[in-house]
Design a protein around this ligand. Structure first.
Ligand SMILES: Cc1cc2nc3c(=O)[nH]c(=O)nc-3n(C[C@H](O)[C@H](O)[C@H](O)COP(=O)(O)OP(=O)(O)OC[C@H]3O[C@@H](n4cnc5c(N)ncnc54)[C@H](O)[C@@H]3O)c2cc1C
Length: 504
């Protein structure tokens, strides 16, 4: 085989992490290629359509796209920010938190002061606690240098990394209801009581409090524009190109081999996949047995069931907020549900009908689902290009779960009943097959304050010319993955230099 496919940087995985690294490095004059297994690039940024309505497969709304926030600055640097069409959520409630049969819903508002003001009527004696909460999430954000686009030290992060989310919320207020309202959108980080670090909560929620937007018509616009930028800088994306091996010579990776036998040679390699997936590509002795065992044994964040419904036009009033519902008064209960209790929570995301302003055209509903529930069907892979039917039992399982979920939704949104004209569902297996995330996990490895070192993944690997990027390093989500792309690229071009350029 001749070395025609030779690059400065070969990136395996064309999710947000891989695409953003590709643009940043191509902008530096490097010859870059992205190898993506799927037909569609973007990984979790993929969209699909049902009855000609666009649905997001994962990313329904994004925090920190407003001017002045880190994410805005990074995407501006990548050349996509100005091209995106954004719909801002209601300033006084981007999310509403609901519990059980209680009719009242508690708002999470945009703007640090407004967040306090909008919750105050529901908790009139808790001004001090609400102000303390805002101060605490801001302080924690300040301790994460890259989150503020600063070059700082690991010690800064270490000072706040051991705080647990439940304990910290309890320290802020002893009002249990308020603690649960503040944690009400914990599906955004699949939080687990006594285990999830507070910083995860703080960094995610602070970004949405800063600014909450939906990308119109869907989040795949981000990957589309990243691809355009990459092409403008001479970079290439190869789709339907599954990496199966990283070949090593004298301690360094020499080429990535794909399922069709092609070899992509490079000086540097970046893996935008779960570390577990990366280890399948190489039997390098530089990854010791103990390390492989540790990675393989890491617990993943839980997965989700998703129901997407298309609505009869002009029947369901549009909500310019998302609804997070919990079956019990405890926002941390749902993640450890028993199958017979399902659904123990849901998050509902509405999309407005452009032809009937004020009405929703569709709703997407997510509810935690453990991988074990679909494990009996795990031997069947089903994704574009590898279509396989998982059979009647699986179809029946999905149908029953969709009905159970709808029953719960009708209680809070009765207009939905009788007005659904089409629906589709996704399970943890769908996520596993479409994004190659182990066990269809929502956000990758479960971060745990009780095992800080074990659950932290670095951008550098034991192989000198192989870096990691994506949601398993640092933080998940569009914001987290964008920050990690900066960290990964900084390994090649220098942090001070890159931050200087990103900040203009
Ligand atoms: C259901 C759900 C809802 C979410 N909602 C939100 C939200 O509202 N807001 C938000 O900010 N974040 C949300 N997230 C999180 C966010 O989408 C992810 O953290 C982020 O997009 C992950 O990006 P990534 O680049 O790390 O990985 P991915 O998007 O998973 O990309 C990895 C890529 O690698 C490719 N790949 C895998 N194996 C191979 C191989 N062998 N060869 C070549 N390519 C390969 C995959 O096909 C994929 O394209 C959500 C996630 C999920 C699952």
């Amino acid at each position: 085989m001749t070395k025609t496919n030779t690059y400065d940087v070969v990136i395996a995985g064309g999710g947000l992490g891989g695409m953003l690294c590709a643009v940043i490095l191509a902008k530096e004059g490097m010859k870059v290629c992205v190898l993506e297994r799927d037909k569609q690039i973007g990984g979790c940024l993929q969209t699909f359509s049902l009855q000609k309505k666009v649905f997001d497969s994962c990313v329904h709304y994004i925090g920190g796209l407003g001017e002045g926030h880190t994410l805005h600055t990074i995407l501006q640097y990548a050349g996509v920010m100005d091209k995106l069409s954004l719909k801002a959520y209601d300033a006084n409630a981007f999310d509403k938190i609901a519990f059980g049969d209680e009719e009242l819903m508690y708002p999470h508002a945009q703007g640090l002061d407004n967040f306090v003001e909008q919750l105050l009527p529901y908790f009139p004696s808790e001004r001090e606690a609400l102000e303390k909460y805002i101060k605490t999430i801001t302080t924690v954000g300040d301790h994460f240098p890259l989150y503020r686009l600063r070059h700082g030290s690991a010690d800064e992060k270490a000072a706040v990394s051991s705080w647990g989310v439940t304990q910290t919320l309890q320290d802020i207020t002893n009002n249990t209801k308020l603690q649960n309202v503040l944690a009400g959108n914990n599906l955004l980080y699949a939080g687990v009581a006594e285990r999830t670090p507070f910083f995860l909560h703080a960094l995610v929620t602070e970004s949405y409090i800063h600014s909450s937007h939906k990308v119109m018509p869907g989040s795949s616009q981000i990957s589309k524009y990243l691809w355009q930028q990459l092409q403008a800088y001479g970079g290439e994306v190869f789709r339907n190109t599954e990496v199966v091996k990283l070949a090593e010579e004298n301690g360094s990776i020499t080429y990535a081999e794909t399922a069709d036998g092609q070899r992509y040679y490079g000086k540097q390699f970046i893996a935008n996949v779960a570390p577990e997936v990366l280890l399948e590509w190489t039997d390098s002795p530089q990854f010791r047995t103990a390390y492989r065992k540790r990675i393989k044994g890491l617990e993943q964040t839980t997965s989700t069931f998703m129901l997407n419904v298309v609505l009869k036009p002009g029947t369901v009033p549009m909500r310019n907020h998302n609804i997070y519902w919990h079956a019990t008064p405890d926002a941390w209960d749902a993640i450890q549900y028993q199958p017979q209790q399902w659904p123990a929570n849901y998050a509902a995301f509405f999309t407005e009908d452009a032809q009937n302003p004020g009405y929703a055209e569709s709703v997407s509903i997510l509810s935690y689902m453990h991988y074990s529930e679909v494990a009996p069907f795990e031997h069947i892979i089903n994704r574009t290009g590898h279509e396989q039917d998982r059979g009647d039992a699986y179809a029946a399982f999905k149908e029953i779960r969709a009905e159970l979920l709808l029953d719960k939704l009708y209680q809070r949104i009765p207009e939905l009943k009788g007005n659904i004209i089409a629906q589709s569902t996704a399970t943890p297996l769908t996520y596993r097959d479409y994004t190659a995330t182990p066990k269809g996990s929502l956000y990758g490895i479960l971060k745990d304050i009780n095992k800080p070192a074990e659950t932290s993944i670095a951008t550098r690997t034991k192989i000198p010319n192989l870096l990691l990027t994506g949601q398993n390093v640092n933080l998940h989500g569009v914001l987290g993955v964008s920050i990690t792309s900066i960290a990964t690229c900084a390994e090649l071009v220098g942090m001070e230099y890159l931050l200087g350029k990103v900040k203009g």
